[in-house]
Write a protein that binds this ligand. Sequence first.
Ligand SMILES: [Zn+2]
Length: 122
Amino acid sequence: MPRFFRDRTLPARCPFCRGEISPPAPVEGGLWYEFDGGFCRCGAVYALDPTARNGGAVLLQAMLMACGGDMDKVLSLSPDTDYDEGHVHRYDGLNHRLEPQAFGTLYFIRLREESGSGHSDM
Ligand SMILES: [Zn+2]
């Protein structure tokens, strides 16, 4: 492992639109939201697992955010038909960069809206 490559950090990007995302922040809107997260301008939502141990809970939060907190809607969704899921690994929440040594994971969810146009209410 060559030490002189240690500045190979990258900006955190949305896996769907490749746009740079804002740093995850506390999500308002309910007691379900215990992890930091955010919204991409392409309609994707994301939540941060800072420890790489909370995976399922963080993914569930991202899905709840995508569904506006509607758990019934979350449970009605099917992977690969109703939504797309993306992961960004090696995320460093302190620097908001991707680093080879970091072990945070960003979970992204983007619903496939067959009908209606980009409606979003924050
Ligand atoms: Zn995006």
